[in-house]
Design a protein around this ligand. Structure first.
Ligand code: NAD
Length: 345
């Protein structure tokens, strides 16, 4: 934070619909009087064009300095030997927690009043991708083997994060999701560590545990019974998309990647090349990601004002983009949110 109270943050507009939705989000943040001073850098295809790398050194340097970024969706080129930019960012900055709130924004969907948060361990588990094949009888790929890695330290870190998050955000319960009945070592360590961590929050946050398959069924039958779910990498990846489905898909789902050294906020969806450049993309998911970023830097009051303005735009004015059944363009939606922000300032 500099002497004017501004907080320097890296802004990566991204690819496809990224620049369009970023423009809308920055306009809303300006109307709110947000504290962010942007250092705009490129990534994805835009990074390759500008610097020959989907994750250019200048972009990494910027995040190293600001430790805070808002990121549009990045297209990872298929072929060309480039590793996923998102995985590289996670590794580079130790972004061990992926937080995905799923909250109903538009009524009339399949489920009403969904309000749960999935906290996914982001750097361990089966996604370390220690994989190899064993050849048999001339078939080089006869057997495929993958090793997962969960550490007690990594489990403790994500579990403490989830319980702290629940306590800080007035959430009543944490559900620890695992498959300790079958993957006794890999996910047993996670459940064991939960049994050490949870009692420290007694009286503040309740907890229980679920086997992942039962959890998936209960999320569909009775999602209201859940509050905060914390789980290992692969299960968290799957369950957080399931949770996005409960609130009507990716268009309204934000995500935060949080580590000890940096935090990166983004929409859950991708660069939507099919609608890019037409000004019709929904900026809502990235807008809600920026609200998480405001909360992260202690500006919860601005996030609350933004969410109230968004709710009025969607549900009182009925101004929605096409993916939510409306006709508004990206900027028409943003301008309607800005009108509410200004009228309630
Ligand atoms: P996608 O999320 O880009 O698109 C899926 C569908 O949802 C498309 O029909 C798209 O038009 C629609 N959609 C997505 N966001 C929307 C929005 N804001 N408003 C309206 N409609 C929206 O998924 P995809 O097509 O599988 O991926 C496209 C590219 O995005 C790929 O290169 C992929 O690698 C990348 N991607 C990046 C991220 C990220 O940077 N975090 C995440 C997912 C995918």
């Amino acid at each position: 934070q500099d002497k004017d109270g501004a907080i320097e943050a890296t802004l990566i507009p991204g690819d496809g619909i990224g620049p369009e939705i970023t423009r809308a989000v920055v306009a809303v943040l300006e109307a709110l009087g947000s504290p962010f001073a942007w250092d705009t850098q490129q990534g994805g295809l835009a990074g390759i064009e500008a610097h020959g790398d989907p994750l250019p050194g200048v972009t990494l340097d910027s995040i190293r300095r600001t430790r805070l970024a808002l990121k549009g969706p990045l297209t990872t080129p298929v072929g060309g030997g480039f590793r996923s930019v998102n995985v590289r960012l996670r590794e580079e900055f130790g972004l061990y927690a992926n937080v995905r709130p799923a909250k109903t924004m538009v009524p009339g969907g399949r489920y009403e009043d969904i309000d749960l948060v999935i906290v996914r361990e982001n750097v361990e588990g089966l996604y370390v991708a220690f994989e190899h094949y064993i050849p048999i009888d001339g078939d080089p790929h006869a057997v495929a083997i993958s090793s997962g890695v969960n550490t007690r330290a990594g489990s403790r870190r994500i579990l403490e994060f989830a319980f702290d998050y629940a306590a800080r955000n007035g959430r009543r319960k944490v559900t620890v999701v695992h498959k300790a009945n079958v993957l006794k070592a890999l996910t047993g360590i996670f459940l064991e560590t939960a049994k050490e961590v949870a009692p420290r929050y007694a009286g503040k946050v309740e907890w229980d545990d679920r086997i992942v398959d039962a959890c998936a069924m209960q999320l569909v039958l009775d999602p209201w019974r859940f509050d905060v779910i914390v789980t290992t990498n692969l299960f968290g990846d799957i369950l957080s998309d399931l949770a996005a489905g409960l609130i009507g898909g990716l268009g309204t789902a934000p995500g935060a990647n949080i580590g000890a050294d940096a935090a990166i906020f983004e929409a859950v969806h991708g660069s939507a090349p099919d609608i890019a450049g037409r000004g019709v993309a929904n900026p809502l998911a990235m807008l809600l990601a920026s609200a998480l970023m405001l909360e992260h830097v202690g500006r919860g009051h601005l996030a609350a004002r933004m969410r109230a303005a968004v709710a009025k735009t969607l549900n009182e004015d009925n101004i929605r983009t096409r993916d939510l059944g409306g006709t508004a363009s990206t900027m028409e939606f943003a301008e309607a949110v800005i009108r509410h922000v200004r009228s309630e300032a």
